[in-house]
Structure formats: C-alpha cells, structure tokens
Ligand binder design. Sequence first.
Ligand code: UDP
Length: 470
Amino acid sequence: MDSVHLNSESSNIHAVLFPFMSKGHTIPILHLARLLLHRHISVTVLTTPANLPFISTSLSDTASSVLSLPFPENIPDIPSGIESTDKLPSMSLFVPFANATKLMQPHFEQTLNSLPNITFLVSDGFLGWTLDSATKLGLPRLVYYGMNNYAGSISRDAVNNQLISKPISDDEPFTLTSFPWIKLTRNDFGPPFSDPEPKGPYFEFVVEAAISTSKSYGLLVNSFYDLEPKFVDYWNSHSQPKAWCIGPLCLAQELKHKSEPKPKWIDWLDRKQEQGSSVLYVAFGSQAEISEAQLHEIAVGLEKSMVNFLWVMKKKEEELGNGFEERVRERGLIVREWVDQREILGHESVKGFLSHCGWNSAVESLCAEVPILAWPMMAEQHLNARMVVEEIKVGMRVETCDGSVRGFVKWEGLEKMVRELMEGEKGKMVRKKVVEVGQAAKRAMEEGGSSWKELNELINELHGIRPLAH
Ligand code: UDP
C-alpha cells in the first residue's frame, strides 16, 4: 500500500497498541500497526516476554517499537512460562489466564507514563482493565475484539429482545426481531450465553469487558462497510461505542511471494499447481480443541473425498493412526508447524478452505478469493459460519449427523460437502461470489476506499480531542 500523508502533523501522533495474548487477537493488531505507520504515526506495541519474539519478528521490517511487560507469575492452574492462550493446556483455563492480565496494571501504567506524548491507546476487548489506566492518563482508548458487526449486532438483537430463552430446545430455531430473515438457535451461542440465566466466571468476565468497551472511545472492527452495511448501521444506532470498520486488516501487509528457502508445504503446493490440481486447505485455527473421535472422522472424510488437501494441525493433535498419512501421501500433506496461512490461501492451487471460521481465517479466505467450507467450533464461530454461508454466501457448511450446529460430523457429512465445494454446482456459485467479495475488500482498503477513509477520519478525530504537545 502506498504511504498516506494524513496531514503534516501526523508524524507527531503516537499510538500505543496492546494486543491480547493469543495469535488470533495479536496478528490483526500487528497489521493495524502497519496501517498507522503508513500514515507516519509512531507506534509502540506492548506485550510480554514470551510473546515478544513473535511480535518483533512480525514487525522487524517496520519502524515500530515493541516493549515487553512482565507476565504475572504464580497464577493458580496456569503453568509457568505460558503467556499465550494458544499455549494453554486447555481452553478451560481461559478465564484465570485473562483475569491474570489484570495484575499487569501497575507495570502497564508505569510504561505509559514513561512514553512520550501518547495520543491514543488501542487495547484488546479482553483487556478491559486498561480503560481505567487510559482514563487516569486522559487517553482515549480504542477497543479491538476481533469480531465482525454481524456477530455483534445479531447477538445484541437476540439479547435485547430476550429471544435466547424462548425456544424449548437448544436446536429450535428462533427469528431475530431486527433481522427477520435470520434464524438462529440457542446452540449458535453456546454456554453460558445459551443458558436462560447466564452466570459463572466466564460470563462475569465477558460482562466486565463489555462494560469497559461501552465506556471506551471507539470499537475497531476488522471488516469493511460494504461487507455488512445493515449490521454496521444497526450497531452504530443501538450500541456504544461507535464501530469503525477499518479492515480487512490483513491487506495492510503485502503477501510474501516465493520466500527462500521455501517451506515444504509451499513446494508441495507448487507441485500440485504444476500438475494442474486444485487443493483444499484444512485448518481450524490456533485454539480449537478437537476430540480424537472427531479427528478420525476428518481423516476418513478427507481420504474418501479423493481431493488433494493440505491439513495444518496443532502439535497436540498428532495421532491420526492406522497408516493414514502413508495412504494419502500423494494427495494429502499434514503439517504440524506454524505456517504463513495467508501465503497458503494466496497460492494459486488452493481452491477451498475447510475452516473453523475464526474471523481472521474467514477474512483472510475471502481476501484470497477462496471459498469456505465452514465448520465452527467455539467462541462466536457459529455466528461467523452463518454470516459466511447465509449472509455473504461465500461458503457452505459441513453436515452434522443430527442437524444441530454443534453436532458431531461423521465422515460422510464431511466427504459430501468437500466434494460439493471443490467440484459441485453450489461450489461454483460460492467460488464466483467470493471473487466479488474479495475484490470489494481490496477496494475498501485502497486509497479512497471506505476503510481507508474511516481510519483517516478516526485519526483526525483523535488528533482533535488530544491536541499535540508542542
Ligand atoms: N495462523 C497462521 N499460521 C498457523 C495458524 C494460524 O498464520 O499455523 C493465523 C491465521 O492466519 C489467523 C490466526 O492465526 O490470522 C488465527 O486466527 P483465527 O481468528 O482464524 O482463529 P483462532 O486461532 O483465533 O481460533
């Protein structure tokens, strides 16, 4: 992207970015850092020692500063040295982990005090306590959650109209009040939000974070207006603070092409391309916990589908057993390392993405013009899957064996939909649509595009409320 001269004084603006300690929350903030740097804004990123190498490497070609604050020690149940949710032994430890970050507040404030002329703070929605620090220092806080407006707005509509507790069963559909073409089930939300009277530590944590968000200056959304105009408008007329659509953030960074030495999976994709074959990319993000029985069905479904596939899995999910890898050797590659997902999605041979619909993965897929086979697992991914399939129509969904959105997927339900995506008529339709959406995404981020303008407008506004120190 060309550099942007916001105005002659933008080089005096200083933004402090504090991402939450998980890959899906950190990566887009690092892309935001690039967008700010392109606008000649100074950027300081705060993190913790174990997350520093990833962040420093990601930003090594930029002029940003990266500082680390100590991560709290001796937190019950959190193994020492674990400073990122993707490294937790189980996602059931999310709440103690997230609450532990509150103990960083004194160091956080000392650091803010030591930095020159900060104009604004961007911190993750899960770091709600940072609002208190920002307020003490008179800094506007912008919140980043990583959710789209569709998920935020339909959740709000369901809660405000008390729709979630109405159905008798968890799979009985109910119709949204403000979006009557959308039907959801309680299972689209999952516990504790699907409980008639939600309670418990996770619920309390989310409510606390939401209250901090509502009192903050603005919400940064990794989306663009034309992708979900009704949901952006709904949010901005029913909720606080204002949502600023400044994405897709991943487009802030040029794709690396032909990096040497090539990772073995890029070599493999090159070979598939030479053979004129298309490949299904399979990945469920950095956090999803998949049972052994479900992993087995995935392996069988992929094997029976006869498509070429590149399956990136987490180290923990090692055992596929029964000579699977040997049998699929020619047409299936399993990778257990950290990959550059955007490089894979951008490869000419990749024609489909079997994805958990973490919002970053979904956005990266549509930017790469690759249609999605949605298989949501946790968090707001069920809502993202509905958005991808029903609203923007750039994907299809795997079939569960009992029709419930949270049901078990047998290999037959996977095989059928993999073939449909890669070879079927519906596959052709979503493939055509994702090209349109991908091109609209690029237009939004280009100079003069909606996201480009929105970020400039936001920065000008922040500049106005916090005039530069002379
Ligand atoms: N990712 C990656 N390489 C990997 C695994 C994940 O680059 O080996 C990136 C992926 O491109 C995305 C992020 O990690 O930007 C995962 O975020 P997402 O919202 O898709 O899922 P989560 O991991 O938060 O469930």
